[in-house]
Design a protein around this ligand. Structure first.
Ligand SMILES: NC(=O)c1ccc[n+]([C@@H]2O[C@H](COP(=O)([O-])OP(=O)(O)OC[C@H]3O[C@@H](n4cnc5c(N)ncnc54)[C@H](OP(=O)(O)O)[C@@H]3O)[C@@H](O)[C@H]2O)c1
Length: 302
């Protein structure tokens, strides 16, 4: 009999691919979503964290939960209302599942939760961040810290928890790469700010395989950086992207103040970044299919 996995955020850029990937691995996949999707091939259960509503049928006979749901961190300007949505859509959804599981006779063995490398803070530093490093102090770091804390509470229910601190997920549709490639396709691609800021990245297929390992490996517990072992600077990334797309870089670097004017405070997601180590997940037996950026970009874009 198939094991059952419930995916929150299963309609999103990563989640939709995860559902297909897990179904291909013979899991029985269902989705917890804010809206019904008649066209989905997966059973969809509804929830609404703003009104503390969740269809408890979603949890019946569920073996694993992958919790990806959350308002897009880079999708719009960080007004105080948006910041609250970014935080609450992660914390309150997590606690809603927790409360629901506390009241039913469940058989959930593990919950795998998204987090982000932003946990360490969006800063330019020579330090290579490992999972034991303390969280940063900025907005995204605080969101990730609270999100992970909330996820760890499932251990009180005897459920194993894994938190993946995800880097920029490279995929064809729906992720950051599509937006990064767009200006290059119009010959207006450029290096951002100093270009020295580091981009921790991961090929989506490696992330899906990592989540599968998180489900299957009862040894895995706690936070793991989910990034390739070879992060690169924004300058190196931009040059490899231009090369892969067969486009020139004609413009000078786009200055930080221009990015801040266009994007507001979230520009920091583009102008700062440090290396994170992938050693812990490698030590757990994970082998990257796409450790190097150039072949990864070729795989996705050509
Ligand atoms: N993609 C990346 O590069 C990246 C990097 C680091 C971390 N992550 C994290 O990984 C997770 C998945 O990423 P993704 O790129 O697949 O995200 P995504 O495409 O933005 O999808 C997120 C899903 O979360 C749900 N959602 C969106 N806004 C919500 C809200 N206000 N309240 C409750 N649910 C909401 C939606 O599902 P429904 O509409 O079905 O409810 C949506 O499909 C996210 O939590 C993200 O922060 C992603």
């Amino acid at each position: 009999m198939s094991l059952k996995v419930l995916v929150t955020g299963g309609t999103g850029a990563v989640g939709s691919q995860l559902c297909d990937f897990l179904a291909g691995q013979n899991f029985e996949v269902s989705v917890l979503s804010r809206r019904k999707n008649e066209n989905s091939r997966y059973t969809t259960y509804l929830w609404d964290y703003k009104h503390a509503l969740i269809d408890k049928k979603a949890l019946e006979n569920c073996d694993y939960i992958v919790h990806l749901a959350g308002a897009g961190i880079a999708d719009s300007r960080w007004t105080s209302e948006r910041k609250r949505e970014i935080l609450e859509s992660r914390i309150k959804t997590t606690s809603l599942i927790y409360k629901a599981l506390s009241t039913v006779d469940h058989k959930v063995k593990a919950i795998i939760s998204a987090s982000a490398v932003g946990y360490y803070g969006q800063i330019n530093s020579d330090h290579i961040y490992v999972e034991d490093d303390p969280p940063g102090e900025d907005f995204v770091a605080q969101v990730c810290q609270k999100w992970e804390e909330e996820s760890r509470k499932f251990e009180n229910l005897g459920i194993r928890t894994v938190q993946f601190r995800i880097g920029i997920v490279l995929m064809k549709k729906g992720g950051a790469l599509e937006k990064m490639a767009l200006p290059f396709n119009y010959n207006v691609g450029a290096v951002l700010a100093s270009g020295k800021q580091i981009i921790p990245w991961i090929h989506v297929v490696d992330l899906l395989r990592m989540i599968l390992l998180g489900i299957q490996s009862s040894e895995m517990k706690g936070p793991y950086n989910a990034c390739s072992p070879h992060p690169v600077s924004n300058s190196a990334f931009s040059k490899l992207l231009a090369k892969t797309l067969n486009k020139p870089i004609l413009l000078p670097n786009i200055p930080e103040f221009v990015l801040k004017t266009i994007l507001g405070k979230r520009a920091v997601l583009l102008t700062a970044g440090s290396r994170v180590s992938s050693q812990k997940i490698i030590n757990s037996g994970f082998k990257f299919n796409h450790p190097e950026l150039e072949p990864c970009l070729r795989d996705i874009l050509t």
